[in-house]
Design a protein around this ligand. Structure first.
Ligand code: ADE
Length: 251
């Protein structure tokens, strides 16, 4: 069972992940466990202060090192008693390395993850000692790391064995093979005058597989050419992409 511990001053935000959809069901099935730790419970004074003004002046507040560090230590100890040999402590911050499918797969094989969600303008730099890794979910700033931590939990959990019903639905996702996903259709056969592509009704699984790969290649070429530059295409894939381009130009 993958152990998640989240350090956050808003533990209730994480109820959202645990309750809905496949990720909620995975928790009920015992595929992962999620425990939240509030740095306020580790604060030193009666006011349970977790933030203070920045040295050097300037706007906003900074999260204090001590309550955060103590919460991280408690989370690691809990994971250890749950059988985790080595916890990985991840700070969610716009300064971290960018999250992508490779990073998700790297984290999905860990036994225990401690996610540190900062608030305010940032966290005291000296917490770094407790941190193994820093991850950003994109080049924009959220008001706290909580949503980023939830994004991380969601995309990791859906990769764990037994979470998605159809054994290979995670395998067919966008990015898994370095391409965007192909288009999907369901009933009715004609919607608003638009027909489902004939090949999908043919029952010929080889043809359907080639069509889907062609569409995936074509969409990636149209929408995310940067992904194609990073990926070597086989001779067959190059041919399918050429076909896609020709069909597009109406040849
Ligand atoms: N905290 C604030 N913004 C963030 C981002 N983009 N990614 C991860 N954590 C964050």
């Amino acid at each position: 069972m993958l152990q998640f511990d989240v350090v956050t001053i808003f533990p209730a935000m994480f109820d959202a992940v645990a309750e809905a959809g496949v990720i909620g069901r995975a928790r009920d099935k015992g595929i992962y466990q999620l425990i939240a730790w509030n740095p306020r419970d580790f604060a030193q004074n009666a006011y349970r202060t977790v933030d203070d003004r920045p040295y050097g002046g300037g706007p906003g507040m900074v999260m204090m090192a001590e309550p955060l560090s103590r919460a991280v230590v408690a989370a690691k100890q809990r994971q250890q008693s749950a059988g985790v040999r080595k916890s990985r402590v991840i700070h969610l911050t716009p300064q971290g390395r960018l999250l992508n499918h490779q990073v998700v797969m790297e984290l999905a094989v860990q036994q225990g993850l401690v996610l540190v969600a900062g608030r305010y303008e940032g966290v005291d730099e000296r917490v770094t000692r407790e941190i193994d890794d820093e991850i950003s979910i994109g080049d924009y700033v959220l008001s706290g790391g909580e949503l980023a931590a939830m994004v991380l939990i969601d995309c990791i959990v859906r990769q764990l064995p037994g979470v998605l019903g159809d054994a290979d639905s995670a395998v067919q996702d966008s990015f898994v093979n370095g391409l965007l996903d192909c288009p999907h259709y369901t009933r009715p056969e004609t919607y608003d005058g638009q027909k489902v592509p004939q090949v999908l009704l043919s029952g010929n699984h080889a043809d359907i597989g080639r069509w889907r790969l062609k569409q995936a290649l074509g969409r990636t070429w149209q929408r995310r050419p940067d992904l194609l530059e990073k990926r070597v295409l086989s001779a067959d894939e190059r041919k399918l992409l050429e076909e896609f381009k020709q069909e597009l130009s109406g040849v």
